[in-house]
Design a protein. Sequence first.
Length: 129
Amino acid sequence: MQVFEKSSESWWGNRLNVIDENNVFVGFDFESSCCENFGYVFTDKKPVSEVDFSDQKSVEFKHEEFVFDPEYFEKLTGSWLDDGGAVSFRFVNKQGAEIFLVMYNCHNGYYGHGFEMKIGDSTKYDDIL
């Protein structure tokens, strides 16, 4: 898996892009609109809704050892999100270790951040947090 943070002066703005050796891709728009609190974190603990991920730092891990579990996708809820949302994706390695990517957007209903998951050329998820 490779992780890219892309900054752009074009209208596409800033993005997180994650792709693995099986051509599974997740992209997340993290261009700030105004007052939202948004971002992403890699965690080695299975995400639960009421955990505030905006306070957490990403764990260190060897990206190249992990691939997406394309069947795993969770929507998270919680009061910490205000009117926003959060989702999680899972990565696994050959030894069975798990890493989760949590993308979140805590906001008051006005500022959305799009995300998508593709497997090859097929879109599996395309939504807004």
